[in-house]
Each structure stands twice: as C-alpha cells, then as structure tokens.
Design a protein around this ligand. Structure first.
Ligand code: NAP
Length: 329
C-alpha cells in the first residue's frame, strides 16, 4: 500500500505491507483524509504534544471496512466509517492516556489502516467520504465548543479556519446569531453566504472586540469559539462584555499578541473552558444532530494521493477557504 511518512522535513511516499487486523481491530481502506492546523505544526516539530518523527501524518479520515479481526462486533465488511480524533476517549472525561494520530502513533495518510473497532464511528449515508473526513477534528471541536448554545445566543467565531467555519454553520443550526471575524472582503462575503449575520474585518478593525459590542447593542457575545489564542484572547475578552459569557479555548492560530489583563478577565465574568476536540460520544451526538440539521462541510479542494504535497502547501499558505482533503484515488 502507499503511505506517506516525514523524512528530513518533507513528506515522502513509500510502499509498505497492508496491515493485518488483530483481535478487536478492523482494517479500514482509507478513502479520504482532511488536513488540520495541527498536522502542519506536528510536521514542523512545533506542536506542544510532540513532533512527527517518522509517523504517518493526519488525524482525520473516512473509509470503508475491508476486513475484521476476531471478536469484532461493531462493524462488518463494507461499512462506511470515520475515525474518532482520540481513539481511546469513548465518553465522559478525556483519559490521561490519550495518544494523538500523527504524533503519538501513525495517522491516516495511508491507503489502509488497522485500528481498534472502538476508535471508529459509522459514517451516515448523507455524507460523502470527502465530507466525512472533515468531521473528526474540526467539526467535533466546533460542536463541543458550542455545547448548550441555544436560540438567540450570540456566537463569535474567529477567522475562517476549519473549526471556525463549522462553528458558523453549527451555530446557525442551533438558532444562534453569528458574529464572525476574517481578514479579507472576499472571505467576508463567503462567510455571509454561509450564514454569518455580522462579519468584522479584524485587520481593518484591530479593536474588533469593541466592534462585537457595538454589533450586539453593547452586550457582547454569549459564546466565543476562541481559535486565535495569544493573538486574539485580549480582544475576545472585550467581545465577551460583562454578562458572564463562555469562552471555548480552542487554539492559537494568532501566535502572539498583547498580554491578557487579569482585571479584564475578572470584570467580564466569563467562564473559560478548554476544548480537547471531543469524545466518541460527542462525535456520535454530532452525527445524529446532522441527520436532523444537515450541514454541508465547506471543502476548499480535493487532491489526489499523489498530490498530497500540494495539498499541504495550499493549506500552509492559507489560500484555502474550507477544508483541504486528500483522497486515496
Ligand atoms: N483544542 C482543540 O480541541 C482543538 C481542535 C481543533 C483545532 N485546534 C486549534 O484551533 C486552531 C484552529 O484550527 P483549524 O484547523 O481550524 O485552523 P486553520 O484551518 O489552519 O485556520 C486558519 C485560519 O485561521 C485564521 N486566523 C489566523 N490568524 C488569525 C487571527 N489573528 N485572528 C483570527 N483568525 C486568524 C485565518 O482566517 P482568515 O483567513 O479568515 O483570517 C486562517 O485562514 C489551531 O490553533 C488548532 O491547533 C484545537
């Protein structure tokens, strides 16, 4: 089978034997893989949870079951599946032992992968393999970030990365009003078409936290899907107002910025909740929600397996609006 592994800082395609599923495992023929910010950091050796070494990259895949090991009961040959982001987090609190794909064990940028049956969920017929591959990290993270958001709540999303676009779409299915930020007029127009009610250009308006207050009659956002970290958190605190909003701390794409003023946090009354993607139960809840409130994942481009290098370049260059997907075709 074809597989990609990092070698001296670049991805190299190799031939390796197709794995045999062991007891409790299924063999998945990978059909599509999607890229996430973490995949770039891991390859660059810049991820807080460790670098790639020679591990196969990518945390998110969709495919079909082509063989099952002894004792497998959840899946049969022919089933369409996606993986869960944390293979061993079924429900409840995240276990201390969670091991990531691509930096703790081989990821999914390969034609076949044997994996414990507990680490997969069924892919609904309503989603293609390419769409399914966008779910495990970005969509589930948006879903858990929006936990308990209800009609009339104001949700603030930052930028147009994978998590943020799903957050816009899922927030609308919950009846929320969406205020979104981005860095260009072209992306602002796309966000509006996706359902964002108010879009703020964070480059033209560096004090965008105040713009969120202005857009909400001075009240601010109820839920902030905070993907920018050091580069955005201070403004997010302004956007939170003082009415006990919740800030879902997701990421750090804005790599540096002003220090956070403790008194600003104190005055806001905001609850700060760290997100760790989500469990298998969260993934299943999301997929069930999508059968009632369908959302079409925004896919920027689909690349062939041979073209994986180009897919990584496009994603790293931030040329994309929506997920960058690689198929095994
Ligand atoms: N904690 C978790 O469970 C979890 C799960 C998933 C992801 N993450 C983290 O969340 C972050 C987003 O991941 P992703 O995969 O969605 O990223 P991504 O697709 O690579 O997002 C890239 C986008 O981020 C936006 N951006 C960059 N700097 C920004 C800034 N200063 N303000 C606002 N937006 C900015 C840009 O949007 P515009 O082009 O519109 O400006 C850019 O297109 C990453 O840090 C990732 O590691 C964490």
């Amino acid at each position: 089978m074809r597989v990609y592994r990092p070698e001296s800082g670049r991805l190299v395609q190799r031939e390796e034997p197709v794995p045999e599923p062991q007891r409790g495992e299924v063999l998945v023929r990978v059909r599509a893989v999607s890229l996430n910010y973490r995949d770039l950091l891991i390859l660059d050796g810049d991820h807080f949870a460790g670098g790639a070494g020679a591990l196969v990259p990518a945390s998110d895949a969709a495919g079909e079951v082509v063989a099952v090991g002894d004792g497998v009961t959840r899946f049969a040959v022919g089933d369409r599946v996606i993986n869960t982001f944390h293979p061993d987090w079924i429900a409840g609190r995240m276990p201390d032992t969670a091991v990531g794909y691509g930096n703790g064990q081989d990821g999914w940028l390969q034609e076949f992968r044997a994996v414990g049956e507990h680490a997969l969920v069924a892919l609904p017929d309503s989603l293609t393999f390419e769409q399914g591959a966008t779910v495990p990290c970005a969509a589930v993270t948006a879903w858990t970030s929006l936990d308990r958001v209800g009609p009339g709540d104001v949700v603030l999303t930052l930028g147009t990365g994978g998590v943020s676009l799903f957050a816009v779409q899922l927030a609308k299915t919950r009846g929320a009003r969406v205020v979104a930020t981005t860095s260009s007029a072209a992306k602002a127009a796309k966000l509006a078409r996706l359902g964002a009610d108010t879009v703020i250009d964070y480059v033209a308006t560096p004090e965008w936290g105040k713009a969120v207050l202005d857009a909400t009659g001075g009240r601010g956002a109820d839920r902030i899907v905070e993907v920018g970290g050091p580069g955005t958190f201070a403004q997010s605190l302004v956007a939170a107002g003082t009415h006990h909003a919740e800030i879902a701390v997701v990421g750090f794409v804005g790599r540096s910025g002003p220090p956070i003023d403790f008194m600003d946090l104190f005055r806001s009354g905001a609850t700060v909740r760290k997100i760790w993607v989500g469990s298998r139960e969260d993934t299943e809840d999301l997929l069930r929600w999508l059968t009632v409130w369908p959302v079409e994942p925004v896919i920027d481009s689909v690349h062939s397996f041979e073209d994986a290098g180009e897919a990584f370049r496009r994603f790293a260059g931030r040329e994309n609006f929506g997920k960058v997907v690689i198929t095994t075709a």
